[in-house]
Design a protein around this ligand. Sequence first.
Ligand SMILES: Cc1cc2nc3c(=O)[nH]c(=O)nc-3n(C[C@H](O)[C@H](O)[C@H](O)COP(=O)(O)OP(=O)(O)OC[C@H]3O[C@@H](n4cnc5c(N)ncnc54)[C@H](O)[C@@H]3O)c2cc1C
Length: 447
Amino acid sequence: MAGETDETDETDETEEPQRVPGQPMTMIDSRSIPALTASQMREVDRIMAEDLHIELVQMVENAGRSLAELALRRFRPATVTVLAGPGGNGGGGLAAARHLANRGAGVRVTLSHAGSDLGAVPAHQLDIVTRMGIPVSAEPRPAVLVVDALIGYGLRGDPGGRTAELIDWANTQASAILTLDNPSGLDVTTGRAGTPCIRATATLTLALPKTGLAGAGETGELFLADISVPPAVYRRLGLTVPPLFDHDTIIELHSPCRTHPESPGSGSQARARKLQALQTSMTERTPAMDEQTDVVVIGMGPGGEDAAGRLAEAGLHVTGVEARLVGGECPYWGCVPSKMMIRAAGLLAEARRVPGMAGTSRVTPDWAPVASRIRDEATDSWNDKVAVDRFTGKGGHFTRGRARITAPGRGHGGDGRRRAGFPGAHRGTRRTGQPRRPGLHREACRR
Ligand SMILES: Cc1cc2nc3c(=O)[nH]c(=O)nc-3n(C[C@H](O)[C@H](O)[C@H](O)COP(=O)(O)OP(=O)(O)OC[C@H]3O[C@@H](n4cnc5c(N)ncnc54)[C@H](O)[C@@H]3O)c2cc1C
């Protein structure tokens, strides 16, 4: 395959994720903004490039940079394998490979097509990647994170050939899969999954969500990145889009309990069938996680962690699922950091009262020690290892990811590597001598 380089890098792909600590992200309800069909997105791209001269290379760069940013914020991967296709989507993946390598990740690239078959923009990105010495290998290597940048919204028919092989390879990895714009193989307009189709842990879609994404089980967690589409472009398409990226260039989209707006071609029966198929496929492909458990606690904030810990100590088989950090908002963003800030302000105010009462003082405020105390002493750089160990030390089982209740007593959650199926809360597989807790199977949606 053209564009290949020798595999000289000796990165240890078994290394644990350890990069930038998890950071809060703006989250909005996906139903509050419009979603685009593939042809509407094509029109957005056309207006951008032809009418406004915002070149594809600029959009690809924005996409790639955001993809790398999300990879670091969400997964903190020590090693990444980027699967790149021949079009703009592949170009974004290759740009992300560069940004991830710049930030210290061990990155490898595998192309679905020969380098000579790449479009101008991905070829340009590949040239940079190759000059930087980032390994480009014919065979993909296992890594903590797989980035899927094989096929974008232009999919026609089922993926085939080498692209299909790489999709199958990714789906069999234990790694998390972060996909660019849409899971490769998914029809972004209808949400129909082709054969094969990437089953993503998270999807970073661009500009606006696509109509088929929110309802598709293959999407995983859904994030949205700014590729600098001017509001006038949306107005030309008759769309009203609120300001989305005032505070950040990446936001998280959520659909409460995954009750999605209807997408073309999907009625409630179709959605039910899709859900059934998803549950079946989750069970089939994650036998290790399909263990029975007494209780699933979704959200390990102060409330969830306390409940889960007590139940585990009482001898129940408890699975705690947390999308962000065990401990919740209180220790990392709420109670503790705010009290440290208030304490610092109080000290400054008190010290200013010394003159006239107890002698002299000169007060020079400095944010740096406050910030470093919050980072180092209170939050451990927003690392929840201690909290996770606290829970597992009580006998609890921990899973990182966003959980969903899919039916009474059934749900699925994520482990930070792959979303996994579990039979749900309170399956009645108590260890001997444990009383059954009535009501624990009640359906709940935390968001
Ligand atoms: C600035 C500030 C200061 C505060 N100061 C104080 C104080 O001094 N004293 C005090 O008592 N309280 C204080 N609070 C409030 C306190 O932080 C909250 O009351 C407390 O964190 C609530 O705990 P919780 O477990 O209910 O929810 P959270 O702490 O919000 O935890 C919920 C967890 O669930 C996770 N989650 C949600 N959905 C899912 C899903 N589908 N799958 C997996 N995981 C999921 C989230 O990631 C989160 O970690 C403060 C809050 C703020 C913002």
